[in-house]
Each structure stands twice: as C-alpha cells, then as structure tokens.
Write a protein that binds this ligand. Structure first.
Ligand code: SF4
Ligand code: SF4
Ligand code: SF4
Length: 523
C-alpha cells in the first residue's frame, strides 16, 4: 500500500469543486478562484451557531469528530462480534436488536431533524478515514492508499451511484431476511461488508469518495436530509471568498484537511453534500466559515442550482419504499411467487418485480412531469437572461421534473420514517433485554422482552398515517413555494401549474397513507 503525499498547496483540481454540478450543467463555478462566477442569489443561511465562542472552541478542536465517531465505532464492532458469536435468537441478540429495532429508526430521525448528523459520527466512514489519514484526529500531510480520483465519467452520475448501491443492499437484505430480523450472523456480515467496502474505497480513492458517490445511505441522507434544520458549514461572506487566493477550505492547510466531501463552502446552497466534518471551519484562514441552522425544509426550497441526480434519486428512492409497502400486501406476494415459479428464481424478492416496481414509480413520476411540461411549459421561456429559449425537450422536461421531485422530498422522507415505525414501536424494549443478555441478565421469558411501546395495530397505523400526513403537509408547503419560484416563470398557466403540483403531492400522500392502512402495521 502506497503512502501518498498530500498536495495540500497544489492548485485545487476542477474535480474537487463540484464535478456533479458541472456535469449537470448548473451554474456551479468550475474554478472558485475566478471571480464573477457566483450566482447573484445568496440563499439565506440562517443563524450562525459558530458565533458563540464556546461553539467555535468546540468546532476548532481536532478531537471533536473522533469523539463523535468513537462510541458508534465501539457499538458497531460489538454488533459484528455479537452477531457472529452471540445467541441465534434475533430478538435477544444485541446485534440484530440494536440495528433493526433502534438504529435504522434513529438514523431517519437524525436526517429529518439535522441532515447529515449521522455522517458526522458514522463508523463506516470514520474507520476508513482513520486508516487513510493514518491518524485518529491529528492533521497529517501524508495519507495511506492510492489516492485516486473518481473518474469524471462516473462522478457525473452523482447520487445515482449511491442509489444503485442502496437498491442492491436492500435487495440482499430482503433476500436473506436480514432486517426481519433473521439470523444475527447475517447482520454481522452485512455490517462487515459495508465497513470492508468503505475501507477499500478509502484506500483506493482520495478523501471521502466513498461517502460522496458510493455509500448506500448517502443519497437517502443527502436528499431526505434537506428537510433538516442544519444548513451545514457555509461561508459567512462570499466577497471574501472571491478574493481568497489560497482556497484552504478545499486544499487544506496546517490546521485542517481540504473538504473531504469535495464541497466548496463558498458555493453551497443546500446541506446535501456537507458531512459536517468541521475541516473547512478549521482550515479557512479568514475565519469566514460559519455553522448555520435554518428553518426546517429550507434546503428543500432554497437551492437555486437544483441537481438532476438528486431529482432522479428522490424518484427511485420513492419507488423503493413503495415497493416495500406493496410487498407487504398478500396480492403482491402472489405476484412475486408467480414470477418466481415462471422464472425459476428460488425465492422472494424476484428481481423482476423488485426493479420493475421501482422503475415504474420513477418512470411514472417522470411521465407526470412530462404531462406538466406538455400542458404548462412556455415555449418562449429563456432559462437564462440573454440565453436561448427552450429549444429542446430535455431542458423543458428538466425544468419541471427537477423542481417537482425536490418538492416531494418531505412526503418521501415521511414514508421512509413511517416504514421503520412498526419494528421500533413493537420491539424497542428488546434492545434493553439484549443489552442485559450481553451480561447474562436478559431472556426471552422476561416481561420486557414481550412488551412493546405500542401493541395495537390500529395505534401503529394511526401513527404511521399521522407521520405521512405531516410529511404531506410539509410537501404541500414546499411544492407551493418551489412551484411559485421555479415553475411559475417557465409556465404559461402559473396558477393552474401551482395548484396541479399541489394536487400531485396530496395524491402521493394519500396513496402512501392508504397503503399503510392496507399493510395493517406489517413490518
Ligand atoms: S455517507 Fe455513508 S459512510 Fe459516509 S459518513 Fe455518511 S453514512 Fe457514513
Ligand atoms: S471559505 Fe475561507 S478558505 Fe475557502 S475560499 Fe472562502 S475565504 Fe478562502
Ligand atoms: S469540510 Fe466543511 S463543507 Fe466540507 S464536509 Fe466538512 S464541514 Fe462540510
């Protein structure tokens, strides 16, 4: 394994600025050093927490992220070991109980509340990064591994790679009934597989290439996390960045690493790719970085440079959670069995209906956007002042599809959260029993093992539908705001466009709610 120099003072390659944004032809500056490339809008960033001297001291401390990651690192290695050598009873085994009755639910709470909070403390990325940096928290100038860049041809797909790995992991999880939960060893192998893959990527590619492009959770956290109240680390004054010659936030300096997520804080207008690692805060020589909190949903509504890969990620992720809802229905399980018997596939889930439903939902949403385009697009609209009018179908379609997919993020996020609730509400007490079992105290006959936070199916359905209703209301608000800002200028019937977009959002919320009623609290 090579030890490579950290060329922290060499010019920042274009690749680091934001290859995805360049690839999808947004107005992201290719070279942050060239002035005059900022968009004129500077989205509201909210309140800067780092103005407090106490918070500043904390964020400047190089040990901060290490101490956030350490407890989770210990728990996850415990999960791996206990899953392999502990009891085979899933509800009693610490590995399965904490992973499927608590962790997955908690990650959703964190992403809806804070955005990439989990990424700041994630053991998968943390372990690979410690190895790559050859350090737990000190700033070192040589790193371990090959330090390759993700080829631009691959990087241009942005979050779609992460969606692909999430779909693959979910299919494997369903096939082996890992989250059922089934055999605890399967949970260990799954966690080991993620840690192992992450480590290989960290030692092959530079920085957090794995997190930015490949991690199965990254697209979900990056898109649904836009609902969160943390805007992330952003520049305080963009004028200062325009005249900054060092760009230490991207290249790194003696105090901090260059942004591991390839995010330039000077141009960020959402929290999608800020892993809250604090490195830019440490390295900016002009003290021009703040940690901003904002009103929830701001990062859904505010971005001026919307990304097509995020829009497709939302559509595909919605397809996945709808598939999971559908497959809890008896009718659908018959379809899966029928497909298996005709294709010779051994068991659920048949890849044809798995990918078919996900693809159908994404294509259905795209077709819906196509209908919007046909009905409402202004043929003479110029996407940019002085630019060409809509001349091709793709740009017309994108002008409706991308904003509409951002608008439904809250209902998709609510759907994912509601999907996790039955396991949490029915079985959370088992987490406590499994902890006791580690020290020889818990058993399947204990009252706590058979207790639940909510036993009745009706109660669980009510909570699930309540969550979806809240998500739908939030989506109605984001749809109205996004339609007013992004769709009205491109529409020849602004009022009808806005109302139709809201009707679409409400329709999706109703569909999801009806499915939860039909699922009868199935987990
Ligand atoms: S992107 Fe994935 S691996 Fe990276 S920090 Fe976030 S959850 Fe962890
Ligand atoms: S954040 Fe700091 S280091 Fe980065 S461009 Fe702005 S002033 Fe320069
Ligand atoms: S360096 Fe700054 S912008 Fe980049 S991920 Fe870390 S906190 Fe976010």
């Amino acid at each position: 394994m090579a030890i490579i120099e950290d060329h922290s003072k060499s010019p920042a390659p274009d690749h680091l600025v934001d290859p995805i944004a360049v690839a999808i032809r947004t107005r992201e500056p290719r070279d942050p050093g060239r002035s005059g490339h900022f968009t004129t809008t500077d989205p509201r960033r909210g309140r800067d927490l780092a103005k407090s001297p106490l918070v500043t001291r904390l964020l400047k401390d190089r040990r901060l992220q290490f101490f956030l990651i350490l407890p989770n690192q210990i728990i996850f290695w415990l999960v791996i070991v206990v899953g392999l050598v502990g009891t085979a009873v899933p509800g009693l085994n610490f590995a399965t109980a904490i992973t499927w009755y608590l962790w997955f639910c908690l990650v959703f709470v964190m992403m809806v509340g804070v955005g990439r909070a989990w990424c700041a403390m994630c053991p998968f990325g943390g372990f690979g990064e410690w190895l790559q940096r050859r350090s737990f928290f000190q700033r070192r100038h040589v790193s371990l591994g090959l330090g390759l860049k993700m080829p631009e041809k691959v990087a241009q797909y942005g979050f779609l790679l992460s969606v692909g790995s999430f779909l693959l992991l979910t299919w494997i999880e369903e096939y082996f009934n890992i989250a059922g939960p089934g055999n605890p060893m399967a949970t260990s192998f799954m966690v080991l597989g993620i840690v192992g893959t992450a480590t290989v990527f960290f030692l092959t590619f530079e920085r957090r290439t794995f997190c930015r492009y490949v991690c199965p959770l990254s697209a979900l956290i990056g898109s649904v996390g836009a609902m969160g109240a943390v805007a992330g680390f952003r520049t305080r004054d963009r004028e200062v960045c325009q005249s900054c010659t060092t760009k230490d936030c991207m290249r790194g300096d003696a105090d901090g690493y260059g942004c591991p997520w390839y995010t330039w804080p000077g141009s960020a207008d959402s929290n999608a790719t800020c892993g809250l690692c604090t490195e830019c805060f440490k390295s900016c020589p002009s003290n021009n970085i703040g940690l901003y909190v904002q009103a929830p949903l701001t990062s859904v509504v505010a971005p001026t440079r919307r990304r097509a890969d995020i829009a497709w990620a939302v559509a595909l992720l919605f397809g996945l959670v709808l598939y999971q809802q559908l497959n809890a229905l008896t009718l659908f399980s018959h379809l899966d069995s029928w497909l298996n018997s005709h294709t010779g596939f051994p068991q659920y889930p048949n890849p044809i209906d798995y990918l078919g439903v996900i693809g159908l939902v994404a294509v259905g949403l795209a077709l819906l956007s196509r209908v919007f385009t046909s009905l409402f697009a202004r043929p003479d609209f110029q996407p940019r002042p002085g630019g060409r009018a809509f001349v091709d179908r793709t740009s017309r379609f994108r002008s409706f599809f991308v904003p509409l997919m951002y608008a439904i993020i809250p209902v998709v996020g609510a759907d994912y959260f509601a999907r996790q609730l039955p396991k949490f509400l029915q079985h959370f007490p088992r987490v406590l029993v499994s902890v006791g079992h580690l020290v020889g105290a818990g058993s399947t006959s204990s009252g706590l093992y058979n207790a639940s936070l909510m036993a009745s199916n009706r109660g669980i359905i009510a909570v699930q539908v309540g969550v979806v209703v809240l998500g739908t209301l939030a989506s109605v608000w984001t749809t109205w705001r996004i339609a007013s800002r992004d769709l009205v200028p491109v529409s020849r019937a602004p009022r009808t466009t806005r109302v139709s977009a809201v009707v679409m959002t409400v329709g999706l919320g109703v569909l999801v709610s009806v499915l939860y009623v039909l699922m009868n609290a199935a987990d």
